[in-house]
Write a protein that binds this ligand. Structure first.
Ligand code: ZN
Length: 136
């Protein structure tokens, strides 16, 4: 049911400042930048083999990423698990007593459907379920 770690989300203040470490120092391929308006973030994807790194820059002070950086500073934000049938996975987790931040999936970057588990239910880690259907 869980296929792989699809990507790792990293909160940064500035993509311009953060990207050279990944693209120049680590020499990882840059896949592109996308703005996800509903979540108040600009997202840059970096390819790290099978997995991607998702750098998240807040576009407004109300963005959850802005609030995260305010509280904890830049750094690791979430781990995304690639799944099929995301709604079923959400229902299954709820049946198992896991608190979900979304009862139904919402649109994320790259045309994915996403839903997050509450870190209080997972030992302190913000896990994302992420489903990519066909095209994108
Ligand atoms: Zn993510």
């Amino acid at each position: 049911m869980i296929k792989k770690v699809d990507h790792i989300g990293i909160a940064v203040r500035s993509l311009d400042k953060a990207l050279p470490f990944y693209t120049e120092t680590l020499q990882l391929p840059f896949l592109g930048i996308e703005e996800v308006e509903s979540q108040g973030v600009k997202v840059a994807f970096i390819k790290a083999g099978e997995t991607k790194l998702e750098l998240l820059e807040p576009t407004s002070p109300e963005s959850p990423i802005a609030q995260f950086i305010e509280k904890r500073g830049e750094g690791l934000h979430h781990v995304a698990l690639g799944v099929d049938s995301i709604q079923e996975r959400i229902n299954e987790m709820k049946e198992k007593g896991i608190r979900m931040l979304q009862d139904t999936p919402k649109p994320g970057a790259g045309g994915a459907q996403v839903a997050f588990m509450h870190p209080k239910s997972t030992g302190g880690i913000l896990y994302e379920f992420c489903e990519k259907k066909g095209l994108k």
